[in-house]
Write a protein that binds this ligand. Sequence first.
Ligand SMILES: Nc1ncnc2c1ncn2[C@@H]1O[C@H](COP(=O)(O)OP(=O)(O)O)[C@@H](O)[C@H]1O
Ligand SMILES: [Mg+2]
Length: 271
Amino acid sequence: MKEHIIDIRNITAYNGSTCVFRDFSLTVENGCNTVILGPNGSGKTTLMKLLSCELYPVFLESSHVKIFGHERWNVEKLRSRLGIVSHDLQNSYLTGARGINVILSGFYASIDTWRHQQFSSSDLGKAEAVMEMLGIGSLANRRFGTMSTGEQRRFLLGRALVNDPDALLLDEPTSGLDIKASLIYLETLRKLMRSGKTVILVTHHINEIPPEIKRVVLISDGKVISDGLKQDLLTSGRLSALFDHPLEVVSLNGFYEVLPALRHDDEEFEE
Ligand SMILES: Nc1ncnc2c1ncn2[C@@H]1O[C@H](COP(=O)(O)OP(=O)(O)O)[C@@H](O)[C@H]1O
Ligand SMILES: [Mg+2]
């Protein structure tokens, strides 16, 4: 059996006073590109926080959150296995940090770099290679706060990639990006998957699910509603039920998009 990137077993977790997950379980095997798709309020951000240890589940004998088999974050070991890229990171990033330092901070999982941190010439070489790969080498000295959202997003991806992790966990990676920036970002994710990295996407945007992601987990109200293959789950009926709204799903070249379902009264306006 392949090893699990994430293994969440029977957890109960609160966000403030809201019980978001009750007896929730989910596993993702290494090599299985997966999207966790759910509407607003379904628990996506809470799940990200549980996996990045910003939030802890209620302690119960029968429950655990494991990442690559480890019950608790061993930061040194795990960030070189699972890279986490979330929006919170983008929001909390020091606007004064220079591009190169954003990338280098990945070696310490810190925000910006600090005087006591040491970087070898090999670390610098890796950071430069990552910036080159992401097409952001010319921005190495720019302050994070003066970059476009798309550039910032690529720097944060680079911050995770500098550790050469086996897997990436991404939170709505293209939201807020314009069409070109989204497509460049998605193309990068596709290349990473094709090079053997496993991607776990947590989102409510079906248009940012690249063709390489085959497994879909639909969540709603803190529960797994369905778990299976994309072509079976990204259907008009299932997504209309999930988002509680009449939708039409269209698919082209392995990508998906949602449109409003054609209502009976709309037909009257057609020629
Ligand atoms: N700080 C908080 N205090 C209380 N309830 C919260 C807090 N943050 C989120 N929630 C609730 O937790 C549930 C899950 O939220 P969240 O994980 O943010 O969903 P999603 O990211 O899928 O939109 C929602 O019902 C939301 O109202
Ligand atoms: Mg959210």
